[in-house]
Design a protein around this ligand. Structure first.
Ligand SMILES: [Zn+2]
Length: 473
């Protein structure tokens, strides 16, 4: 122990003596300080700067944050798609998912508010948003009674009747091919349709069940060639108008964003105008209001004896005609019930109360524009009384919406008429604005200079033509 203390003392004395002799030079000190400064600079550079430890840590934190928000969004969307397919009702709402991200500390209050408002936020240089569906946007505009246009209170989050949507069909060169006589009843001309990629699409409104947005072509579509109108004739026009018109409109399908592209029907127009038919009383009224609207005429033979017709020998039945001519399996009736109605399209004050809808559905179908855009409805109807029954598809023409046209008579008369075709697209219920292509703008009126003053193309009588198909013996 003692020895050890002695040794330490010797060493200390030696060092002091040594220092005294040689000392630490100023230069050495300066060099030491410089070395220390260099070391410090290197350390700071490693911590900060573009590739510094601190920056990298920040980036990693943002990447993790983005990954977490993206994961929540993907899960929410997958759940949404599954519940759409299975019609399951239990799933987290968009609001729940966003609020959860805030509560767990992933996003800030400002980011939460932005996401709830349908805006995109930027994390790690990437933008992400929880977009509302088009149905949600439409309902939001309805809740605030916003009809759109320049006075819209929230253009980013609203969708209104008449808004343009950049919908595009999946196949920009799709065709119907030539339509056969069984499809149109008219064999004297080749009739076919090809997708016109210039076609613009507008919001018609919600479907009847309120879970899908319906788009309608800005204008009716035109047939290939010189004559733009589709000619339908005879018994085929009554039996096959729906499948034929749907087939033509089906070339505008895009299953990525829509469940169906089909022809407009009279029910689409009723739904858009907010009116419904009371067949039992033969009246029309606004939805949720029992007051009968003036101008409606309806004939429903299942409720009365007057609007029915019983076939006689030598008459023609559309079902028997199809069976005889095309080898099909339609039930031939002995008595036909009338099932037909029409109404002036201003029945619910449409032109003043909803000018956009009026413009969408009826402009160009009146005399002042030579009925240029008058169009077929995929809605076959029957007019019947004690002396005959007449059959045919509906149309919009001359100020009226008709669920029937007299293209075929039970006594053998047939007619061929030409009208335009109007597609309607049912968008998938979960589709958002960016998925469908965003909002668009108006196109050019392809019906300029067209006229449909005489839609009747041809006529005849099966009896005088000695046509035996469809004759009741
Ligand atoms: Zn609005």
């Amino acid at each position: 122990m003692k020895k050890c203390t002695k040794r330490k003392k010797d060493i200390l004395e030696h060092v002091l003596k040594d220092n005294h002799n040689r000392g630490i030079t100023l230069i050495a000190l300066v060099i030491t300080v410089i070395v220390l400064l260099i070391l410090a600079a290197v350390t700071i550079a490693t911590l900060t700067g573009e590739n510094g430890i601190l920056t990298n840590a920040e980036r990693a934190r943002d990447e993790t944050k983005y990954a977490r928000v993206k994961e929540a969004k993907d899960l929410w969307q997958t759940e949404k798609e599954i519940s759409n397919q299975t019609e399951a009702e239990e799933r987290e709402s968009r609001e729940d998912v966003i609020n959860q991200l805030y509560q767990e500390g992933t996003i800030t209050e400002e980011e939460r508010d932005a996401l709830l408002a349908g805006e995109a936020i930027t994390i790690a240089n990437k933008t992400i948003s929880f977009e509302s569906t088009l149905v949600e946007m439409f309902k939001l505009a309805q809740e605030t009674a916003c009809s759109g246009g320049d006075s819209c209170t929230d253009p980013t989050n609203h969708l209104h009747i008449g808004d343009y949507i950049n919908y595009t069909p999946a196949d920009s060169s799709a065709k119907t091919g030539a339509l056969g006589q069984e499809e149109t009843g008219y064999a004297d001309a080749t009739q076919s349709y090809t997708v016109n990629s210039e076609t613009k699409w507008r919001v018609l409104g919600l479907n009847a069940t309120g879970n899908q947005i319906l788009l309608i072509s800005e204008y009716p579509i035109q047939k290939d060639g010189e004559d733009p109108y589709l000619i339908l004739a005879g018994p085929e026009s009554y039996i096959n108008c729906k499948s034929t018109l749907d087939k033509i409109c089906g070339i505008y399908a895009n299953t990525n964003v829509a469940t169906k592209a089909r022809s407009i029907t009279i029910e689409d127009i009723n739904n858009a105008l907010g009116v419904e038919v009371d067949e039992e009383n033969g009246t029309m009224h606004k939805v949720g209001n029992t007051t009968a609207l003036p101008g409606f005429y309806g004939y429903f033979g299942k409720f009365d004896e007057v609007n029915r017709y019983t076939y006689k020998t030598g008459n023609y039945s559309p079902e028997k005609y199809m069976n005889d001519k095309y080898v099909t399996n339609y039930t031939v009736k002995t008595t036909v019930e009338g099932n037909y109605y029409y109404y002036p399209y201003n029945i619910a004050g449409t032109s003043s109360e909803n000018p956009t809808l009026y413009n969408l559905l009826f402009e160009g179908t009146e005399e002042n524009s030579n009925w240029a855009r008058s169009y077929w409805l995929a809605s076959p109807g029957v007019y019947a009384n004690s002396s005959n029954a007449t059959f045919g598809p509906g149309n919009v023409d001359g100020g009226n919406v008709n669920s029937y046209n007299d293209l075929f008579y039970s006594h053998g008369n047939w007619y061929a008429y030409g009208y335009a075709v109007r597609p309607v697209v049912s968008l998938r219920s979960d589709v958002s604005l960016s998925e469908v292509g965003g909002k668009g703008t108006a196109g050019t009126d392809i019906w300029q200079g067209k006229e449909n003053t005489s839609p009747d193309i041809d006529s005849g009588n099966f009896n005088s033509e000695n046509e035996t198909a469809g004759k009741i013996q």
